[in-house]
Design a protein around this ligand. Structure first.
Ligand code: SF4
Ligand code: SF4
Length: 162
C-alpha cells in the first residue's frame, strides 16, 4: 500500500484541492504492515487467524481460521490490512513469509526495488546489514505514540540546504 501527499490525476490534491493543474510536489511513502510488536490486529482477532509466527515473530495469517469479520482491519492504525481478493480473507504484508522467506530468499519487494530503497534483515543480529545500517543512520517509526511498537524503520531523506 502506498500513501501520498501529492495529487493523483482526476482526484483533488490533498494539499491545494485542485483536480487539474496541481503543481504540488508528489511524495510517495510506502506504508505496509508495520509488524507491530504490540499488534492490535492480533489482539482483536477472535479466531486466532491474525497471529504471530512462532519461529520468526512475524505477524501473519492463518487463513483457514479467518471468519472475515474485519475486526483486524478496523483495529490496524496504519490501514495496512485488507481483504485479499484471491483468498477472500483478511491479509497483511508478512514479508512473503511462506513463499520467499521459506525458500531463503528476500521478500519480493526487496528483490524488485531497483533503487535498493528497501532493506530486510534481522535487527536482533548485531552482525546483520540492517543492524549496522540502523547503528549509523537516524531512523523513525510511524505513529509510535499508538503504543503498537512498530518494527519497521524509515530512514528520512535529508536534502542538503533545506
Ligand atoms: S501494522 Fe496493522 S496489520 Fe501490521 S501488525 Fe500492526 S496492527 Fe497488525
Ligand atoms: S477478519 Fe479474519 S483475521 Fe481479521 S479479525 Fe476477523 S477472523 Fe481475525
Amino acid at each position: 500500500m502506498e500513501q501520498q501527499s501529492g495529487a493523483v490525476e482526476g482526484q483533488p490534491c490533498p494539499h491545494c484541492g485542485k483536480t487539474t493543474g496541481c503543481g504540488c510536489e508528489r511524495k510517495f511513502v510506502r506504508v505496509s504492515c508495520q509488524q507491530c510488536k504490540n499488534a492490535p490486529c492480533v489482539t482483536v482477532c477472535p479466531t486466532g487467524a491474525a497471529m504471530r509466527d512462532p519461529k520468526t515473530g512475524i505477524v501473519t495469517m492463518d487463513a483457514g481460521k479467518c471468519a472475515g469479520c474485519k475486526y483486524c482491519i478496523g483495529a490496524c492504525p496504519y490501514n495496512a490490512r485488507f481483504i485479499n481478493t484471491d483468498t477472500d480473507v483478511a491479509d497483511n504484508c508478512d514479508f512473503c513469509l511462506n513463499s520467499k522467506l521459506a525458500k531463503g530468499e528476500l521478500p519480493a519487494c526487496v528483490q524488485q526495488c531497483k533503487y535498493d530503497a528497501l532493506v530486510f534483515g534481522d535487527a536482533n543480529d548485531p552482525n546483520s546489514f540492517v543492524s549496522k545500517l540502523l547503528a549509523v543512520k537516524d531512523s523513525v517509526r510511524v505513529k509510535p505514540h499508538f503504543g503498537t511498537e512498530p518494527s519497521l524503520r524509515y530512514i528520512p531523506v535529508v536534502k542538503l540546504g533545506v
